[in-house]
Design a protein around this ligand. Sequence first.
Ligand code: TYM
Length: 322
Amino acid sequence: MSDLVFSGVQPSAASVHIGNYLGAMKWFVKLQEQFPLMVCVVDFHALTSVDKRGELRSFSQSLAATYLALGLTKDSTILFRQSDIPEVCELTWYLACQFPLGLLERATAFKDKREKQEQVNSGLLFYPILMAADILLYKATKVPVGADQKQHIEMTREVSEKFNYRFGTTFPQPEPLIDKKTGIIPGLDGRKMSKSYDNFIGLFETEKVIESKVKKIVTDSKGVDESKDPETCNVFSLYNHFATEDEISELRESYLKGGLGYGTAKMELFRVIMRELSPIREKYTYYMSRPREVETILEQGAEKARIIALKTMKEVKEAIGI
Ligand code: TYM
């Protein structure tokens, strides 16, 4: 079976953050040159947390504009919105009937959210099955994601195996593509960058907000003259992802030597972040001012996705005997 790469991001906020960008999205652009690629705006997933009327549509539009701003093209990538292919919900049901409830309840993301939220909707419990349906509906074989999604891909493999065992080989065993270096991008407080920890830097926040967030990155309390450890520093850790090799070794030396305060290191980090993000931010503004163009790209993507989805659903129903 030839490889098909599939991934998705939730339109759960007005802007994705640099954890999403470095952990997964930046990678999509490289992958589109090597493999057939499908990238999805997973709005059904986002519905587990977005509850204001109209918000999901506007977040979806800005996520699609983000994909295009990053360099995904409609000719190399099938770019589409999850809810345009409702068969994914039908497949979710078929898969759910093969999956033990106990495993869903033990999913880390679900447990974390249950601990934090008073009211947990059942969508959160079914989240991994919907994600498995995303991947299996298109028979994707490779899934580029951040390390936090590893368990979800393992569940996808498991449900694929259970379905195949019961009804005959229908689905592949997709493998996660997780980059060791960018698998977990730290946030301002050193924990994994995440919207729910409110420790993120949004790709499209104003320059002023990004600067003030960079200034808030937590460091130890070493003075300017003291030697500092680059390996345990949150500022340096983010710098690694935006600076050139030369810049990284220069900053490492300054850390070790002493004489450089964290304030200066933070401004240097801010400079390299903006250097990389500025062209993306410009293109994002371009696409955001052309909603019709973006919508057409999503519609064309959905047409292509639907062809694959309907073919798989036909096989699935035949396999089950519906
Ligand atoms: P979402 O929107 O929560 O995250 C999108 C992608 O960003 C990665 N990510 C990170 N990577 C490194 N460091 C971080 N701090 C960080 N924060 C987020 C996530 O790992 C993810 O790759 N469940 C998926 C959405 C999804 C999906 C799919 C993905 C739904 N269906 C099918 C792949 C295939 C998610 O986490 O979205």
